[in-house]
Design a protein around this ligand. Structure first.
Ligand SMILES: Cc1ncc(COP(=O)(O)O)c(C=O)c1O
Length: 308
């Protein structure tokens, strides 16, 4: 059994974001610092894990088995949570053994690792993929890649509540729009379920259009019996997942200097740059109030060469 119930829900600080291009456009932005909820279990990952951990507990599991790459923010948060809360974790990794800073942490946190190769990892959506793993680890609860699915989305509903609870300290009674990076769209789907069309939602795609983000969001909403969408997906991938270029790196460096807020190039940097482009092309009228979600991921940038 998971030794402690996963009832830890830290509050992410909500802060005004001051950047010259926002001031010029007259758009007010506040940033929800999910990167600050904990030094190790950071970002949207904890929210995406909460309901999976509860399901594992209900099933009487001793821990969690899940999948990811050698820089995976999801496996990192899962392994850290396992160490902190005292449950067993097993990670199935994409590709062949590598020694990235993330992988070193996974081992240090006590996660047991299996490298599946590339073809083996591609088989993760096939029927029967989990059968041998369930036979090998019968006491572990399987969580899909990235902590996705309806359970992952439901945990993200808390993000909307945390923002509402902190609006007064900004002097805001409400706001117009959410803006956040999307990898699978699970976090956005969770917000859409919580918002029920109250405020518009923009998902800045960190992956190319053919990665199935829209169908994934639709499938989660359908499973929850919700068809009200109220969200829009914007291409922010800059040519592909994990592709970086000089303009992105310069933007991140300048933004970090101007705001003191750390960004990484895969999700948050791309999402904020896409917001700037949207604002500069007149996408939001002066007076718009917007919440940008910092979805974390800073651990991943350690193993990422800072050159395009
Ligand atoms: C730092 C970071 N931001 C955003 C996302 C996207 O979240 P989602 O997969 O829920 O769209 C991820 C993971 O995919 C992530 O690691």
């Amino acid at each position: 059994m998971l030794s402690r119930p996963p009832d830890w829900l830290p509050l992410a600080p909500l802060e005004p974001l001051h950047l010259d291009w926002l001031t010029t456009a007259g758009v007010e932005v506040a940033i929800l610092r999910l990167d600050q909820i904990d030094p190790l279990i950071s970002g949207n990952k904890w929210f995406k894990l909460v309901e999976h951990l509860k399901a594992a507990e209900r099933a009487g599991a001793e821990g969690i088995i899940s999948l990811g790459g050698a820089h995976s923010n999801h496996l990192h948060a899962l392994a850290a949570a396992g160490k902190r809360l005292g449950f067993k974790t097993v990670g199935l990794l994409r590709g062949h053994p590598q020694d990235t800073p993330t992988v070193q942490d996974l081992r240090a946190f006590g996660m047991q690792l299996h490298w599946l190769g590339y073809a083996g990892y591609r088989a993760r959506h096939e029927t029967g993929f989990w059968t041998p793993w369930q036979a090998q680890y019968p006491t572990l609860h399987a969580v899909p890649e990235g902590g996705g699915g309806l359970a992952g989305a439901l945990g993200c509903a808390a993000i909307s509540k945390q923002v509402d609870e902190q609006l007064a300290k900004l002097g805001w009674d409400d706001f117009d729009t959410w803006w956040l990076a999307c990898g699978t769209g699970t976090t956005l789907a969770g917000l859409a379920l919580a918002e029920k069309g109250r405020r518009s939602l923009y998902g800045a795609l960190a992956v190319p259009d053919d990665h199935g983000v829209a169908p994934n969001i639709e499938s989660i909403l359908a499973q929850a019996g919700d068809t009200a969408s109220g969200y829009q997906l914007i291409d922010a991938s800059r040519g592909g997942f994990a592709k970086v270029d000089e303009a992105l790196l310069t933007f991140i460096e300048q933004t970090e200097q101007a705001s003191g807020i750390p960004l990484e190039p895969l999700y948050t940097g791309k999402a904020l740059l896409a917001l700037r482009q949207r604002i500069e092309s007149g996408g939001f009228a002066a007076g718009t109030r917007l919440i940008f979600i910092h979805t974390g991921g800073l651990q991943g940038r350690r193993g990422f060469a800072a050159t395009p």
